[in-house]
Design a protein around this ligand. Structure first.
Ligand SMILES: O=P(O)(O)O[C@H]1O[C@H](CO)[C@@H](O)[C@H]1O
Ligand SMILES: O=c1cc[nH]c(=O)[nH]1
Length: 239
């Protein structure tokens, strides 16, 4: 057990999917896992472990924002021995060619968070995805016929900005979309030698202002889950 997880030792698989939304975690377990068992209930941050096509895999909600995601990532890696962490989240598109419901794979994560200034001072750490996981996810997304984009994403500490147009500086530098956790996840994984990836579905668009409903965000973005689970399958694991 750790401070924020009440799973027993060995109850969580080496490969863990990480949605921000704990109800998406339950949806993933109920929809895709064989024999899912709930392994966490602390703070209502649901987590489940089961198998997918015979391979042991877990899903754990992380909550919203870098601090929350870093707590769960740190405890999963250091207390439960998790080695492969795949965030499955939603994001807002910054680019005209990146449409609502497209899939984005976060190759790197820019951020306005102070987490790495606290750690590295004025020097800049570049939080990046694991290349093997990224390649597997990209190939899986293409073979499933998804519209998929790979590149830099923005992990923001704020969902609501005083200046809506502030996103344009990131868009001008090719950043694909905004979410709120990947930079923290990639940094924790780098610190502990774990593998991490972020796969996102575009839930809204900052240019067109198109939006999806909260129900759709919780229940229907199954394409990216299949892509994440396919990438996880290549990692093996005990069944
Ligand atoms: O859908 P999730 O995984 O929660 O991800 C996105 O949605 C939340 C904001 O609505 C933030 O957590 C952001 O990163
Ligand atoms: O963090 C997020 C997630 C989805 N859409 C946004 O605009 N921001």
């Amino acid at each position: 057990m750790s401070i924020h997880l009440n799973a027993e030792p060995g109850q969580i698989a080496e490969t863990v999917l990480l949605p921000g939304d704990p109800l998406r975690a339950r949806h993933i377990a109920e929809t895709f896992f064989e024999n899912p068992v709930q392994h966490n209930s602390v703070r209502g941050m649901l987590g489940f472990t089961g198998t997918y096509k015979g391979v042991r895999v877990s899903v754990q909600g992380t909550g919203m924002g870098i601090p929350s995601a870093m707590i769960y990532s740190e405890e999963l890696i250091t207390q439960y021995g998790c080695k492969n962490l795949i965030r499955v989240g939603t994001c807002g598109s910054y680019q005209p060619h990146v449409h609502v419901r497209d899939i984005i794979i976060g190759q790197a994560a820019s951020t306005d968070s102070n987490i790495n200034r606290i750690r590295f001072g004025e020097k800049t750490f570049a939080p990046v995805a694991d290349f093997g996981l990224l390649l597997a996810a990209y190939q899986g997304a293409v073979s499933r016929g998804h519209r998929v984009h790979v590149g830099n994403i923005m992990s923001s500490d704020t969902f609501y900005h005083d200046d809506f147009d502030q996103y344009k500086i990131w868009a001008d530098f090719g950043v694909l979309a905004v979410e709120m956790e990947a930079a923290g996840l990639y940094t924790v994984a780098a610190k502990h030698g774990a593998r991490a990836l972020t796969i996102l579905t575009v839930s809204d668009h900052l240019i067109t202002r198109e939006e999806t409903t909260s129900e759709e965000r919780q229940l229907t973005f199954n394409g990216m889950i299949e892509v994440a689970l396919d990438a996880a399958l290549g990692l093996g694991g005990s069944s």
